[in-house]
Design a binder for this molecule. Structure first.
Ligand code: UTP
Length: 286
């Protein structure tokens, strides 16, 4: 049912400066692939067929990464590097990727709204590519299952230390529906005090058209001043919106320490590198 995913990738990435002055943070390397490639794999394995990238100036590298590169393909073919050739050709065919520009960085809600015309009326996923997960079942697929059972927007939520709630959108839970699914009463973006819970909204969503309409309504007056959380909150007042405390571990690759944690954990997943990597860590510990 959910075939399209919006990936907002137009932010400045100021927490990762100076790297992000010239290179999109979505293209930061985790082992041998850019971070966004893990997010796109998660989408594809959840059955997403079309990715709508929201980009900005200096983000062309993302589009280049998923394009064909015939000179390189010819060179790999001539030198008999078949595996590498298959891998780079495979990138271009992973799924349909279209892109739209966010011309001014007016926030996540505005970035999502930039993709509205390409989404149409169907429910869709939103994937923040700097949040990466290690999970038995891809987190987006867990959300999709919850959407299909309950037929309402579903947000990935995660317990965080109460002192960290001011960095996130935080949900107010109305009811525990069992199976890690909650009906949400409301949500508030980056509460300075009295957070309604310690469940934070993290970078995976299944949303519906009415949320885009809500972004549109508000953005006509004060373009960009609406947060995605505010639009979902407005919709939650008139229909059921759910939070799923997904199974899996999250890495915030938009922060330096979260990125380093991801590098270590994603390297440990690699059969070809794990043993040598453990030896290096043991040496450092000594
Ligand atoms: P962040 O809150 O991480 O902002 O955005 P940022 O600019 O990328 O990074 P920092 O905080 O300055 O280090 C969350 C997601 O929303 C996208 C980002 O690209 C990221 O995927 N975003 C944010 C946009 O696409 N446009 C915006 O105007 C803001």
């Amino acid at each position: 049912m959910i075939k399209k995913a919006i990936i907002p990738a137009a932010g400045f990435g100021t927490r990762m400066l100076p790297y992000t002055k010239a290179v999109p943070k979505e293209m930061i390397t985790l082992v041998d692939r850019p971070a966004i490639d893990y997010a796109i794999d998660e989408a594809v394995s959840a059955g997403i067929e079309e990715i709508i990238l929201v980009t900005s100036k200096s983000k062309n590298l993302i589009e280049d990464y998923y394009d064909r590169y015939f000179e390189l393909e010819n060179a790999l073919e001539k030198s008999g590097k078949k595996d590498a050739l298959e891998e780079i050709v495979g990138l271009a065919g992973k799924c349909r990727i279209v892109s739209v520009r966010q011309k001014e960085q007016l926030g996540l809600g505005h970035a999502v709204y930039c993709a509205a015309d390409l989404v149409g009326d169907e429910p869709f996923a939103v994937i923040l590519p700097d949040d990466l997960f290690l999970a038995t079942k891809p987190v987006l697929a867990q959300l999709k299952d919850a959407y299909e059972k309950n037929n309402g927007p579903v947000l990935a939520i995660n317990e965080v230390p109460i002192e960290d709630t001011s960095k996130y959108g935080v949900v107010d839970i109305e009811r525990d529906l069992g199976g890690s699914l909650f009906k949400l009463k409301s949500m508030v973006e980056k509460p300075k005090k009295n957070p309604p819970s310690n469940f934070a909204i993290v970078g995976r969503y299944i949303l519906t058209r009415d949320i885009l309409d809500e972004l549109y309504k508000t953005s006509r007056g004060a373009l960009g001043e609406i947060q995605l959380t505010d639009a979902i909150n407005a919709v939650a007042k008139r229909k059921e919106v759910y939070g799923l405390a997904y199974e899996g571990r999250r890495f915030d690759c938009g922060s330096k320490i979260g990125y380093l944690e991801a590098v270590v954990n994603f390297t440990m997943q690699r059969e070809d590198l794990r043993q040598d990597f453990i030896k290096i860590i043991e040496k450092i510990k000594k």
